[in-house]
Design a binder for this molecule. Structure first.
Ligand code: C2O
Ligand code: CU
Length: 679
């Protein structure tokens, strides 16, 4: 069973156990021994099942069961055991006789209180898992214990005038509550966590400041760590291109506008230059890209972040960390060398959830040097705008003609917060690049569903067939329809000499109009051919960070929130990951929750080492955004070779907004800005 299924099953049995214990108590109090005994049996079975689900989940990793094994199960087993020992025999005896006397007997506190108590304990475990989340700590455990014990005492007191040892028990409960609250709310626990979770305690402390992780220039810690202090504002792109490169100048003005989609539908949006997506930016490898950003009237401010592009940190467009957000009337000039080839995108990083959703994004495509563009090359950013799925600025299929034999490249970009599934029918094709990086030995695909993470990119390549080819999104929206055109010499497409040899077409290639929902999802970790990588999972890692993703109550920018958490904290209280230039860094990302988290590190591509313990057996995967689905554990690694201060966050930007983001900082790099980016 997958970890995800196991988590769902565990939730089911825990709810069942809590409900059955409480119902058994309530029916006993209502003098119905037979029903109460039956519910007691259900509760007992569900509780034992819960022990099994938790032990099975433990096989997926301690992260998945930490709070269950330390808090939920001990509570359940102790309270369930007491209920079974004390209430069980009386209940069964009464159920067997079922006369008036035994009906009265089961409403006694000795039956009802233990049953309800087991219910309270079971419920406390659920609260721990879903409201408090990972990890359980002594403070919250004590608080939960106090609440459950208080409820037992309250119930008992309501049922009888004499509760033995009531004073002592009440006092003990109050002490537990106060102690728990102190552990939870007194800030010293925070710092202990911050130091403990980042390697190199002193360095981590210095770079994270005293209690949060503001990288202030005043920290004065950089020299103490041996690295010269460098403000992030010094880490900028060059003024001139490297030899042989051209300067590509662009100007983008952010402003509100009403955009008209291809159907004529109007949507009010936040735009670059009045259009959504913003103007496409293109360059040739080795060019210097210079983009002057102006803000006309976006009152919350705007920046440009180059998603997947490893620009110098000072060009990364993170407000409060690498620059101030550009206010209305302001401007900022970005400069970087187009070193990476491939498909990327840009977007605002100020109030980015709202800003990107409203339209502040566009594409960035860098062509390799010295290759003349041939064939049909379409850049296709997919977005949900005004409630409809658009490809570029079209809410209807893009229809293009291409002569059979024409090389076609489709650059898919997911600019939404959630994954999209793409299918291509009518032609065999290859997935040639992921997140801008070419794959090694990508094989031919036919009936495949391509799940593209939020923020991610896929480049598909094929030769235009003699029939139509259709790209579809989420098995329902036709995005692109390519139809064969007559070739240059005027002969009809179907008879053109360039028609691919039918023998080369796998039998699995479906017709353009066919339903796609049942096409199996391509597993990228097994696609393509292995190739050498600069490091592997067998290397020694200088830094090892684990990010456990969950939900729970936490402070987000000072506000108590049902947050998306990392290791039990929400931004800005998640300890910064500190690295030194040259380090080989491993990240383990664990998803304990019910949501998918497209994890995105700025400024670096990461090499996937394994998913759920299984190594990548196909092409090496260099990603900037990897989709961590419920129950999954990803191990990825990168070389820290781009000094700066970087965001490391979930690219479901509404999750980021609810706390799921942190910083990765190179030792010695400081920021003159407030340092607590919240965008
Ligand atoms: Cu495309 Cu910080 O994000
Ligand atoms: Cu997320």
């Amino acid at each position: 069973m997958t970890t995800d299924r196991l988590m769902a099953l565990d939730l089911l049995v825990s709810v069942l156990a809590a409900a059955a214990w409480v119902s058994a108590g309530v029916t006993a109090a209502a003098r119905r021994p037979r029903t109460a005994a039956a519910l007691f049996a259900v509760a007992l079975v569900a509780s034992l099942a819960r022990v099994w689900t938790v032990l099975a989940l433990a096989g997926a990793g301690w992260w998945f069961v930490q709070e269950k094994i330390t808090v939920a199960l001990p509570l359940l087993v102790a309270a369930g055991g007491v209920a079974t020992a004390i209430a069980g025999p009386r209940l069964l005896r009464a159920a067997r006789r079922a006369d008036a006397a035994s009906r009265d007997a089961v409403r006694a506190p000795a039956v009802v209180v233990p049953l309800l108590g087991a219910g309270y304990a079971a419920a406390a475990g659920i609260v721990q898992t879903f409201l408090i989340g990972y990890p359980a700590d002594p403070g919250t455990a004590l608080l939960l214990l106090a609440v459950a014990a208080g409820a037992v005492l309250g119930t008992w007191r309501a049922m009888s005038t004499h509760v033995p040892g009531l004073r002592t028990a009440t006092a003990a409960t109050a002490v537990a509550a106060v102690l728990g609250a102190a552990l939870v709310f007194v800030p010293f626990t925070e710092e202990t966590t911050a130091e403990g979770s980042a390697p190199g305690g002193a360095a981590a402390m210095a770079a994270t400041g005293s209690s949060s992780h503001v990288h202030s220039a005043e920290g004065g810690s950089a020299s103490a760590m041996g690295a010269p202090a460098r403000p992030v504002t010094d880490l900028r792109g060059p003024a001139a291109p490297p030899p042989g490169g051209a300067v590509r100048r662009f100007e983008l003005t952010a402003r509100m506008a009403t955009v008209t989609l291809s159907s004529g539908r109007k949507v009010s949006a936040w735009t670059f230059d009045g259009q959504v997506p913003g103007p496409p930016l293109t360059a040739v490898q080795g060019d210097l890209v210079e983009v002057r950003l102006r803000n006309a009237d976006i009152t919350s401010g705007v920046t440009l972040h180059w998603h997947g592009y490893d620009v110098p940190s000072g060009e990364d467009g993170v407000p409060g960390l690498t620059q101030e957000a550009v206010p209305p009337g302001g401007e900022f000039v970005y400069r970087f060398v187009a070193a990476q080839v491939g498909t990327y995108w840009y977007h605002t990083h100020e109030v980015s959830d709202l800003g990107v959703r409203m339209g502040l994004y566009g594409t960035l495509v860098v062509a390799p040097k010295g290759t003349a563009a041939t064939g049909l090359d379409l850049t296709l950013p997919v977005h949900t705008l005004g409630g409809v799925t658009v490809t570029g600025d079209r809410d209807q299929p893009l229809v293009r003609q291409a002569a059979p034999g024409t090389p076609v490249r489709l650059r898919l970009i997911n600019t939404d917060n959630t994954p999209h599934r793409f299918t291509l029918a009518g032609t065999p094709y290859r997935l040639v690049a992921v997140d801008g990086t070419d794959l090694s030995g990508p094989g031919t695909l036919g009936r495949a569903g391509l799940r593209l993470a939020a923020g991610g990119r896929y480049d598909l390549a094929f030769t235009m067939p003699s029939g139509p080819a259709v790209l579809r999104i989420d098995d329902r929206t036709d995005s692109v329809r390519l139809t064969p055109a007559s070739t240059g010499d005027g002969s009809a497409g179907a008879s053109a000499t360039a028609t691919p040899d039918p023998g080369a077409v796998p039998a699995a290639v479906p017709a353009a109009g066919s339903p796609t929902a049942d096409w199996p999802e391509l597993d990228l970790t097994r696609y393509g051919a292995p190739a050498p990588t600069p490091f592997t999972s067998r290397d020694r890692f200088d830094r090892d960070f684990t990010l456990v993703l969950d939900r729970g109550f936490a402070l987000v920018n000072g506000r108590p929130t049902y947050a998306h958490t990392v290791n039990g904290h929400a931004f800005p209280d998640i300890p910064t990951e500190v690295v030194r230039e040259g380090d080989l860094v491993r990240l383990t990302v664990v998803n304990r929750g019910r949501d998918t988290h497209p994890w995105h590190l700025h400024g670096h591509r990461v090499l996937v080492l394994s998913r759920d313990g299984r190594p990548v057996t196909g092409s090496p995967l260099w990603l900037d955004t990897f989709d961590v689905r419920p129950g999954e554990v990803w191990k990825v690694a990168f070389r820290a070779a781009n000094p700066g201060l970087w965001m490391n966050h979930c690219h479901n930007l509404s999750h980021a907004d609810l706390g799921m983001m942190l910083h990765l900082a190179y030792e010695g790099v400081t920021t003159p800005f407030h340092g607590a980016h919240g965008g």
